[in-house]
Design a protein around this ligand. Structure first.
Ligand code: FES
Length: 180
């Protein structure tokens, strides 16, 4: 329990003006709406307790989805670049997770011509390499744009990461159409 204890001191509030030596440039007194002053009273004491704040229950921990994003082309050492991020389950679209974490989503055309997540351009393609069960089902928009593409391909702006209850790891291939 947290408590404040004042011994030999009482608090009172009063309207006060700043003394003339502290007045503003125009000479008008500066009024303080309310100023707390301390006055000493021998032998008086009181305490303030904060036990009710201490008793608040801890917020429940929300499940988290860990994400790994594999780049489409190997670096000079021959390994594919991997970016990592995490998202609270069921709270974000994959597109937003990638943009928020500055993870490249669009190819050159999509960078300038994407629809901003409206599901009308088909440029936000990713491939889910692992963890597809942690995501929502393909939407009708995806069924239309990805009709002739592999089943593992998704539109990031249609893909919800998690369902608020599940947790685990999702591995995403970025720009699968560029994969070498
Ligand atoms: S951003 Fe246009 S369809 Fe996903």
């Amino acid at each position: 329990m947290t408590s404040l204890r004042f011994t030999g001191t009482a608090i009172s509030s009063s309207q006060r003006e700043i003394p003339s030596t502290n007045r503003g440039g125009c000479g008008k007194p500066i009024k303080l709406a309310q100023m707390w002053t301390l006055r000493a009273f021998a032998g008086s004491s009181f305490s303030i307790s904060a036990s009710s704040a201490d008793a608040l229950p801890a917020a429940p921990v929300k499940p988290v989805i860990d994400l790994e994003f594999i780049g489409p082309k190997p670096g000079q050492d021959g390994s594919f670049p991997v970016d990592k991020a995490e998202a609270i389950s069921g709270e974000k679209l994959l597109r937003n997770v990638m943009l928020d974490n500055k993870i490249e989503l669009y190819a050159a055309y999509g960078k300038v011509m994407n629809c901003g997540g409206g599901g009308s351009c088909g440029t936000c393609i990713v491939e889910i390499l692992d963890g597809k069960d942690l995501l929502n089902e393909r939407t009708n928009t995806e069924l239309r744009y990805l009709k002739k593409k592999p089943e593992s391909w998704r539109l990031a702006c249609q893909t919800i990461v998690g369902d608020k209850l599940n947790s685990g790891k999702v591995v995403v291939q970025r720009l699968p159409q560029w994969k070498k």
